[in-house]
Design a protein around this ligand. Structure first.
Ligand code: 5GP
Length: 124
């Protein structure tokens, strides 16, 4: 299966500095910034800097260095928000494709925290 990356997506524009963002963390291969439409008191998006459409694309095509950096960045954001380990917890999710209701076609994981999240899925 071929992945087609659209470099005009909003997160590509954020990475190029064409659209502002509220950065939480930047690493060699990842950027974490606050979601513009927060669904919880804490809502941070973590994206790789490389052109990956979704999680499976990244997991299959990214270099080991990118995968390690991105994964560690997620851990660092959780730690910075104070919701991991002894904190109150969080939800980590990544939407992909039509059925996953992915709005922006550049891989991003959502870290949401600061309130009880309820059950994992609700009816469509
Ligand atoms: P998806 O539905 O693709 O998993 O989530 C896309 C997320 O990107 C949404 O939560 C939406 O609020 C967020 N978003 C869309 N445009 C922007 C933007 O320009 N800046 C920021 N910070 N977040 C955005």
């Amino acid at each position: 299966m071929a992945y087609t990356y659209d470099d005009q997506n909003i997160f590509a524009k954020i990475l190029r500095g064409e659209i502002p963002n509220t950065t939480v963390l930047e690493t060699d291969h990842a950027l974490a910034f606050r979601d513009i439409n927060a669904q919880a008191p804490e809502h941070v998006l973590v994206i790789p800097k490389g052109p990956y459409v979704c999680y499976d694309h990244f997991a299959l095509a990214a270099s080991d260095a990118e995968i390690v950096d991105f994964t560690r960045a997620i851990g660092q954001v959780v730690q910075a928000l104070g919701v991991g380990a002894d904190g109150d917890g969080y939800r980590l999710l990544s939407n992909a494709g039509k059925d996953g209701v992915q709005e922006v076609p550049h891989l991003h994981v959502h870290i949401v925290a600061g309130r009880h999240m309820g059950r994992m899925l609700s009816p469509a």
